[in-house]
Write a new protein. Sequence first.
Length: 682
Amino acid sequence: MVDFQKELNAEQHAVVQKGDGPCLVLAGAGSGKTRTITYRVAHLLEQGIKPENILLVTFTNKAADEMRRRVQHLTGMPSVLPWSGTFHHVAYRILRIYAPLLGYGNNFTVLDSDDSESIIKLCIKETKPESAGSGQAAGKKFPSARVVANILSYTRNAELPIDNVVDTRWYQWTPYIEDFKQIAASYAKRKKEANAMDFDDLLVNLLQLLNAPQVHQKYAGQFKYVLVDEYQDTNKIQASIVRQFSSLHNNVIVVGDDAQSIYSFRAADIQNILQFPNEFPGTKIFKLESNYRSTEEILEVANSVISHNQSQYKKTLKAIGHRGPKPFLYPQLDQQSEGNFVASKIEALIEKGTPPKEIAVLFRASHHSQMLEVELVRRGIPYDYRGGVRFFERAHIKDVLSYLRLMNNIADTAAWLRVLMHEEGIGPGAAQKLIAVIREAKNIEEISGLGAAVLGAKAQMGWNNFMKIWEAMLSSVVRSPTGLIDALAQSAYRDYLDTEFIDSRERLNDINQLALFAERYDKLDDFLAEATLEESFRALGENGKEDTREKIVLTTIHQAKGLEWAAVFVLNLSSGAFPSERALKEENGLEEERRLLYVAITRAKKELYFTFPMTGGSFGDFLSGPSMFLDEIDYDLIDDHSLLVNPTVLNDPKEDISYIDEDVKPRKKPKPGSFLIDVDDL
């Protein structure tokens, strides 16, 4: 028998013992939600509930496996929870039995993303959309199958019409809305004819099955207890599935934290958790506010940040662990200075004994890490990049470097292959023919007319598009590395990014960041040499061998959710960067950005550092300033190392200038991160 009262705190024990009926468990960061769920399941099993009468839904198979192992350890049962896993896993099992009710065979195929894109390509060819003739999308090619697949997937998971989704999220494709509708219909038809479902179909079709009386009666009757983890990340379809499964016995526990709802771009809907008591009358609300991860000082800042959100359940995290230093704020002059500072602090932490794996650097967007990555490589500090690809290894960055390599060396075969193979109609054969004639050119200005002699009509169109990019670079007023990158970013290559990738804005931000990095180089060959070394040696240790040393972690905040480290740095907390300007234009975007910062803060166990560049550009081209979120934090909660110039200095030269550093504190209490300096001093 498990001694629940001894092994759980009072908040967790209340959930385990009183979790009948509809229950909403608001589990704050680091409050032991997984422990609470597993002990609740163990309690049900001890009460005689059969394992097959319990449905446990998680967001990853890894989480389901961990919970099953914990329950087995607690109960001593050889096997438990036959119905546990992700929404898609549960849907697949039920559809394998009842798919014929929807016109599918039991042996239906599940399509992966590549399969889906292949079918959508056929649908695009069938629809034959014309190029947009006017407006913002004028002259743009129709988006790639990958982009269309993402748009259609979002509409289904959000249960929104295509018109609404395109107008609000991907407005550049508004002229193609009717084409998207035709493609969606064709795609659905082709899947049905092939007896195939994609991942979205698994959820949509499960919900449709649960509306059938015989299926609904079976599973709503079988699942006497339904438990759902990470409920703040569910979309509308998933919330509807939960309602169907729990509609008969009404024993449903959803566990989550509205303050950590940060995935609206995946169609997660925070209203599912905010409106749960309205959807399930008589809901009991439990709060897990005891935090076992972070110090009191870190939690006070987290509580201060999230208190400014209006749409939320009010709760206050309380520290169970030791006290520690206040979170630090270190503004820097520019992004390069920020990278140098963070790298130096990381070195100091490691020297003092903090294991590298216990240090993480978090950022709002992937391009924010570039200056730091360069500095880490220079100092020989190994790092893992989570949630994406290291900066210089990203495909679009390699593209840009290839274009620049051609400007520097027209005979660079590898660079030619990379840029030419992007163009529609140019395959390996055509590329080789072009490279052969290009080798005869004396300089980069002579290549424009070379394609016509060796290419067919379709390949010639691709060559013409390449020439638009090439000529934009040639016409750049400044042939510096930065000037060439800026010209490329405004050329037809930008249309290629828009057409091929759903995250084209983020990729363009990366390219702009590369241009900032290039500002320190006057000569193109010097820049290319440095960039190539960054790309080639970042994964190598001493003597050119694979680096097996323990590494620090660099990650976007979205990828950091659920993880923790002893020391955490939050980069680029500056105006216009965090919150992002794009998010501010979206409905409820500001509150989600604030939740994102809350997630970043609550990853830290002992030490937390905030940094931001006071000026934009790598060499301080314009004033930037701190994020509005820093201004919202109570000043007394932050160890502020800002340069503070007292405003009275401007009127009275006898007034002292105060610096907030290790030894000197300001005479007045400004907002965190506030600074007043003369632009000429920059």
